[in-house]
Ligand binder design. Structure first.
Ligand SMILES: [Fe+2]
Ligand SMILES: [Fe+2]
Length: 166
């Protein structure tokens, strides 16, 4: 029997000193955090779109319903990426805050969208470090959607969209 020396498993591909170190295992963990945030967003938008009251909020309530469907599509996309990487998918959403006040609900959504955008910007870079360019592309498409959500929520609150570059 030939004793072939087993090479060490390749943790990450083509990383350069300038790139943040990332392994596929770490990417799976991070994508599961993203999936938990998408579950949170689905729940929040379903509940808030129905719970929001007041004539001045009826058009944003309709938009929140649309967001709920878009977040579901994002969750499916992220789940597919985790499965492709051979990971297990989380079944746990991040906690959803509740309030009777329309402005609170919109504020919670705005804060979550800002967090989500920061996370996906980081995720695009991590996918690229690992040479997962198609995955980076899928996440870029989600990002376009999340930025629209952020702008719509800020507009409904009568504010400029927050700076999410940090
Ligand atoms: Fe989303
Ligand atoms: Fe969103």
């Amino acid at each position: 029997m030939a004793t072939k020396k087993k090479s060490a498993p390749k943790a990450s591909a083509d990383t350069t000193a300038a790139d943040a170190p990332i392994t596929r295992e770490q990417l799976i963990k991070n994508l599961n955090e993203d999936l938990s945030r998408e579950y949170q967003a689905i729940i929040a938008y379903i509940v808030y779109s129905q719970a929001i009251k007041g004539a001045q909020y009826m058009s944003i309530a309709k938009e929140l319903e649309t967001h709920a469907k878009e977040e579901l599509a994002h969750a499916l996309t992220i789940a597919k990426q985790i499965d492709y990487l051979g990971g297990d998918m989380t079944v746990t959403p991040k906690p959803v805050k509740t309030s009777e006040k329309a402005t609170d609900m919109l504020r919670f959504d705005l804060e979550n969208e800002a967090t989500t955008i920061r996370a996906y910007r980081e995720r695009v870079r991590q996918c690229e470090v690992l040479g997962e360019f198609a995955m980076a592309e899928h996440i870029r498409e989600i990002l376009i959607n999340e930025q629209d959500h952020l702008i719509e929520l800020a507009t409904a609150l009568g504010e400029d969209p927050p700076d999410v570059s940090g």
